[in-house]
Write a protein that binds this ligand. Sequence first.
Ligand SMILES: O=C(O)c1cccc(C(=O)CC[C@H]2O[C@@H](n3cnc4c(=O)[nH]cnc43)[C@H](O)[C@@H]2O)c1
Length: 207
Amino acid sequence: MKLLVVAATKAELSKVFEHFSLPNENFIQQDKFDLLITGVGMTATAFALGRHLNSSYDLVLNVGIAGSFDKNIPLGSLVNINTDTFAELGAENHDDFIAIDDLGFGKNTFNASYQLIDLPMAKGITVNKVHGNAESIAKIEQKFNPQTESMEGAAVFYACNSLQIPCAQIRSISNYVEPRNRENWQIGLAIKNLNNWLMDFISKQTK
Ligand SMILES: O=C(O)c1cccc(C(=O)CC[C@H]2O[C@@H](n3cnc4c(=O)[nH]cnc43)[C@H](O)[C@@H]2O)c1
């Protein structure tokens, strides 16, 4: 299986870089798997995938940390995002928001297409602006009822769906989506658990 791992930052895959002795580069091609570091956000992700994604890949795995709206998901635990929505793409209509699909300009939700990962499923949104305000959190929950948010997931699904390449997204929960309090974030734990899971997944795929 030819695997492409896609992450926003090297810091999120620090243990994987160390374990596989990977060079300090943003696009790494090797025998076991390829790795693409895109930079944070949808634009950087789309640009990086535009340069490097091609249909030779059997699976694209987007990995990273994420925030959770759902307080039943423990910090540091991993979820398999099966559907992801561009939550800010659309138009304000006074106090309401009209999503791009309701405006008639195409889809705002894209799905994972690789199902063989045994982790709890979750419904994600992708945002440019991390939520950190009680009013905007209540609004987005009412509109999309998401469990998690990241800044890249839907862009990866969009690109893979466009080229019909199987894709999955695994996120490790680093924080709850709440009025911003960086002291509550568990980034170290989330990154450790994500890296351990990914090393195990890669070793099983490449046995
Ligand atoms: O501060 C650090 O030590 C640190 C180390 C590694 C990564 C980070 C990031 O901030 C990564 C940004 C990445 O995280 C995703 N993310 C995490 N929480 C949320 C959230 O609540 N809402 C949206 N995105 C979130 C996101 O996909 C970014 O790419 C810091």
